[in-house]
Each structure stands twice: as C-alpha cells, then as structure tokens.
Design a protein around this ligand. Structure first.
Ligand code: AMP
Ligand code: ZN
Length: 438
C-alpha cells in the first residue's frame, strides 16, 4: 500500500511500525507511570488498589495488569462529576460525556495533551485509510457533548484536509455540501449511512457518477459485514470500520487500514485484554470475549482496566499494511445487549446479519419483545425488486423466519413494512424495544 508519491501511507511510521518487543516495552513503561499516577492522585483508585491488596510496585510486567481491579461504567457514574480527575481541574481543557440514555452521564475530562493525543490517533487512523491533505472531509456525526465528531474533526485538521463540520441530519443540505465541495470522505453512523443511501436511491442519484465520495468512516454502533456492503454499494465508496468509546477519547481507539480486515488497536496508547465477561478471566488471542482497555497516556483522567462491555477478539497475525499494532475483529455486540429469549442467548447483530443478507429486505429493522418472550421483527422492504403481491409477502416472511430460526434457534414473527416507515435515528439507532414484563 502506497500513497500517491509512492511512499507507504503512514502518519508517523516510527510509531505505527514499532517492533513488537519495543512496543511492549513502551507499554510497560507507560503502564507503570499511569498506575503510579492514579495511585497517588486519585483516591478512588488508591482505595480500589488497597481493597484488591495491590500496590503500583506489583506491576513488573504487562501480565501483572491482571492483578489490578477493573473499572466499570458504574464506577464512572459513581464518581460523577469530578471524582476520577488525576490533575487539578484547571488543567482540564475539555469535558465530554458518554451517550448514556438514563441517569447521570459519565463525565470525561481531557487535558491539553489529551486533546492533542486524541487528534493524533484520529490523524493516524485516517491516514491509514488513505486520507491526505487533498481530501474533503464531511463530518456527519453529532457535535456536542458526544466525543464522536470532535476528535475526528481535529484529527482531519492535523492532516490538513478540508473539514466540513456538517453534523448529522438534514439530508438535502448534506447532499448539497457533497456536490458543491466535492466531498471525498465522510464520518457517519451505520444507520444514518443506510438512510442516506436510501435517500440517494429515491432521488435517482447515482453517487458513482454524481458524487466524489471515496470512503466513509463508520462506527459508534455495531453493524455487520453485510451492512458494510450495503453502505458501500449504496454510497459508492469504501467503508472503514471505526471503533472508539468516550471513556477512551472517542473514535481513534481502533481503526481499519486499507486491508479492511480488522481494526488496529493503537497499543502505544492503550493496553487491551479480552476477558470472559462472566468470570473476568483472560481469554487467548482469537477467542471472543469482552474488550478491557487501560489508558497509557491520558493525563486528566487515566482509566485502568475499563470494562467496555463490547464483544470482540484479538487478531494476532501481522497485517499486510506493515503496522505492528494488533487488530480486533468487528464488534459483534455488547455484553449488555444480549437478549435472553425463551432461554436462548441472542445478540441483535445475529438478527441483523440474517436480515441484511436477504436481497429483498431494505435497510431498517426493529426488534420488539412483548409479553412472555414474543419476538417480532419488523423489517422494511427494499424500495426495488418487490412487487407487493400477498403470496410473495407471505413467502418472504416465511423465508426470513426460517433463516432466523437457523441462526438464533427461535422463530420470531416477521412483519414486513413499506420502505421508509420505521423510525430512523441520526445518532445511535435503537434496534430493540423490550416490553416484556418478566
Ligand atoms: P460512546 O460512549 O457514546 O462513545 O459509545 C461507545 C460505544 O459505541 C462503544 O462502547 C461500542 O459499544 C459502540 N461502538 C463504537 N464504535 C463501534 C464500532 N465501530 N462497531 C461497533 N460498536 C461501536
Ligand atoms: Zn493493517
């Protein structure tokens, strides 16, 4: 993989291609410093360490991380608003909050260096997908308390691309900006991307002919390979999976390179572990479990062994792009998302995978649970290729129900609805409504 001038497209090659031994030594050095700092400066962590009977000196190798206590989302809420600050408040330069839907959010502080590091990682990530200063970057994520838009905005500015801070929504205006400024790169949620693809289709506008789009950074919520392909086809571009969470800076934690085969997790800034979410025990590379992250360079608010609740696995094999930072697989769901229906464990992603593989199915769906475990899946029909004849509707419903049964072992009721009738969201999509009174 090379950039236009024949050189490999790295942002900072020395950081991205560091030999594994050097990278691990760097991680250990940074881990020791982080652990020492939180022990000294954050009473919350000092107490946690004392309760677990560990001291900073006990961390002699990376494997000793497993001796340290976890930090959970509930911990972050419990210390709201400032209980986990490791610097005086006047050194904090920016506040973001997580996108939690109920109760108090998690307050996340950034120092000047933290803001800069977050932008660095986004610049690194974007360059890995081929972005250069010639690119026009339309940022279609929500600006505000949410980290999503900001850190990528600053990352693109570092590269010197032209940034259009469009924010989400207003599809007509988005299209106008894309046409008038020849946008090459967008940052968007999967649900909005699918909606936007529908919008172009309805307008009869062929993005390959009439737009200049090359790539999209798609993240903020789980989606499947089939959804990636739908977005790529519908928008005429390449989709790069972008993973991050507010607790760890937002986007730029892990990102796909040009190989589009798993996301490089930037190990000079984070240590990753995969654990069994029930027992907390470490799992070997390749096994699927909960991702646990420790920050290595955060100043204002370092976080030790954060339980992300996101389910993935580590790809240890080297990547053809030459980066040495290990990759994680696409997130298959959140430990919290797991539904238990008639005793069966089901992730909404399994349902999405099946739906998106059926050609006559459109781009939006909604799972509802009622009464005692009655599951209904509402599915939009595709705009094209369906004649609406009753016998064909029944046939398609039966086909989807049978395919779902093979995947999730239960047979939900399928409700086919016309295109564009299910609610759409500009931010994170709500795919499951659980009305069960269990
Ligand atoms: P927030 O706290 O609002 O930044 O949301 C972070 C959460 O969004 C993560 O913990 C994931 O559950 C989800 N998320 C972010 N990026 C992705 C992605 N590329 N694939 C799947 N889930 C994602
Ligand atoms: Zn790579």
């Amino acid at each position: 993989m090379t950039s236009g001038n024949g050189k490999p497209a790295y942002w900072k090659p020395e950081e991205e291609t560091l030999a594994r031994t050097a990278l691990e030594a760097l991680q250990l050095d940074r881990l020791k410093k982080t652990v020492g700092r939180v022990f000294d400066a954050v009473p919350f962590y000092r107490k946690k360490f004392e309760d677990a009977k560990v001291k900073p000196d006990d961390v002699r190798g990376l494997a000793d991380l497993a001796r340290l206590p976890f930090t959970t989302g509930a911990d972050l809420r419990s210390i709201y608003p400032t209980g986990m600050l490791a610097v005086p408040l006047d050194e904090a330069m920016r506040l973001h909050t997580s996108s939690g839907t109920t109760g108090k959010p998690k307050a996340l502080f950034f120092s000047r260096r933290d803001v800069d590091n977050a932008a660095e990682l986004c610049a690194r990530s974007m360059v890995a997908t081929g972005v250069t200063r010639q690119d026009i970057f339309q940022n279609m994520m929500t600006y505000g308390l949410f980290t999503g838009a900001f850190v990528m905005h600053y990352g693109a500015e570092k590269i010197g691309a032209l940034v259009i801070p469009a924010g989400p929504g207003n599809t007509e205006r988005q299209l106008m900006l894309m046409q008038d400024f020849r946008t090459t790169t967008i940052h968007i949620t999967p649900s909005f991307a699918l909606y936007f693809a529908d919008f172009l289709e309805k307008k009869g506008l062929d993005p390959r002919k009439e737009l200049n789009l090359k790539r999209a950074f798609v993240g903020a919520e789980p989606y499947t390979e089939a959804t990636r392909r739908k977005i790529e086809e519908g928008l005429g571009l390449r989709v790069f999976n972008s993973y991050g969470l507010s607790e760890m800076n937002g986007p730029g934690v892990a990102f796909e390179c040009q190989e589009q085969a798993g996301m490089h997790l930037w190990e000079d800034h984070y240590v990753m572990e995969i654990i069994n979410p029930e027992t907390g025990q470490a799992l070997p590379d390749g096994e699927s479990g909960e991702l646990v992250l420790t920050t290595l360079l955060r100043e204002a608010m370092p976080i030790i062994r954060y339980r992300t609740r996101d389910i993935t696995s580590i790809v240890a094999a080297p990547c053809a792009c030459g980066r040495t930072h290990r990759r994680i697989q696409r997130i298959t769901g959140r430990a919290d998302d797991m539904l238990i229906v008639r005793g069966v464990n089901i992730y909404p992603q399994q349902i999405e995978r099946v739906l998106m593989s059926v050609p006559k199915v459109g781009r939006n769906y909604l799972i509802t649970l009622d009464g005692l475990d009655e599951m209904t899946v509402k599915v939009e029909l595709s705009e094209f290729g369906f004649d609406g004849q009753l016998e064909h509707v029944v046939e398609l419903q039966n086909q989807i129900a049978a395919q779902l049964r093979a995947e999730i072992l239960i047979k939900p009721k399928i409700d086919l609805v016309p295109p564009g009738t299910l609610p759409i969201s500009e931010g994170k999509a709500k795919r499951v409504i659980d009305n069960r009174k269990l």
